[in-house]
Design a protein around this ligand. Structure first.
Ligand code: 13P
Ligand code: SF4
Length: 296
């Protein structure tokens, strides 16, 4: 129950504004938010501070609760791009392949997938499948990250996109950061390009990076993900210095979620997330299969 209202549980992603995180009951990565939405909400309303697919995921995994997304225009640019039609065409081209959809996708795309994954469990999910060939959508960079860490054949659908925020991080920016901070460690999100990942000391989901920041002995860490993570890193590992790998690592959609919008959403009990009845059961099954593979 959030301090903002006794009937509301507020879940916030690691990238949203610090004041929104401070008001939240729980803050986490996509996988943690999915589990929290399913297991830890004992109020009639769940407010999701994050982008659209996170609110849809919460609504799919906890259909008993009313899930509110304070700003429906806060939409993951990568998730918007791939259509279910693109994926169905790919399935037709590769009838023996399993389809893994990254949670950064619409409910309609999840509904034509066999299983979902997040950046925290993508390799684990792919390795758990019986099929030797896997269509992995989106994103292209995470697909290549998985392909390098599994014996399965990974098919990247041409229409699949990348995260515009992480894809823009360059090798030159990483090298310049290393030059400015000699001895610093570099950690990046798997949505960055393979070339950038090759320069990194650690690759992980946002919460994976938070755990690594506590475990590392490096005095300075260069952070190759959305800058919203920096205050959380500083709190998790005080005394260490965290430097953004680029000033451009800002997701405008995550920043749309303000405390004012959350307060208005709680007062108005909406906008409520609704998933069409013809896609909800299949999208839910793909998410639940992921959670089953990934420790429940
Ligand atoms: P995480 O699952 O690592 O939190 O990432 C979500 C995301 O949108 C990354 O850009
Ligand atoms: Fe989507 Fe990229 Fe924003 Fe994450 S950072 S929500 S992948 S656009």
């Amino acid at each position: 129950m959030t301090t903002l209202h006794p009937d509301v549980t507020l879940l916030a992603h690691n990238y949203v504004r610090p004041e929104v995180q401070a008001a939240a009951d729980y803050v986490g990565d996509s996988l943690e938010l999915a589990r929290l939405a399913r297991d830890r909400v004992d109020t009639p309303y769940l407010v999701l501070a994050g982008v659209d697919f996170m609110a849809e995921t919460a609504a799919l995994l906890n259909p008993e609760k009313t899930v509110i997304h304070p700003e429906p225009f806060a939409r993951c640019a990568m998730a918007l791009r791939l259509t279910p039609g693109d994926l169905l065409e790919a399935r037709a081209r590769h009838p023996d392949a399993a389809v893994v959809s990254y949670v950064n996708s619409s409910a309609a795309v999840k509904a034509v997938s066999d299983v979902c994954c997040t950046s925290a469990n993508a390799v684990e999910v792919v390795n758990a499948l019986d099929e030797e060939t896997v269509i992995f959508v989106p994103d292209r960079n995470l697909a290549l990250h998985v392909a390098a860490r599994t014996d399965k054949r990974i098919i990247v659908v041409p229409e699949t996109g990348c995260c515009p925020v992480h894809h823009a991080l360059t090798v030159a920016e990483i090298r310049e950061s290393r030059r400015l901070y000699p001895g610093a460690e570099v950690m990046v999100h798997p949505e960055t390009t393979p070339e950038v990942q090759a320069e990194a000391d650690f690759i992980g989901s946002t919460s994976g990076m938070l755990r690594h920041a506590v475990a590392t002995t490096a005095e300075t860490v260069i952070v190759g993900t959305e800058t919203g993570l920096i205050p959380l890193l500083e709190k998790a590992s005080p005394g260490r210095r965290f430097i953004p790998a680029s000033p451009h690592l800002v997701c405008p959609d995550m920043k749309m979620i303000t405390l004012e919008l959350i307060e208005a959403a709680i007062a108005g009990k909406g906008p409520v997330v609704t998933i069409p009845g013809d896609i909800a059961p299949r999208a839910r099954a793909a998410l639940e299969r992921m959670l089953l593979i990934s420790g429940g």
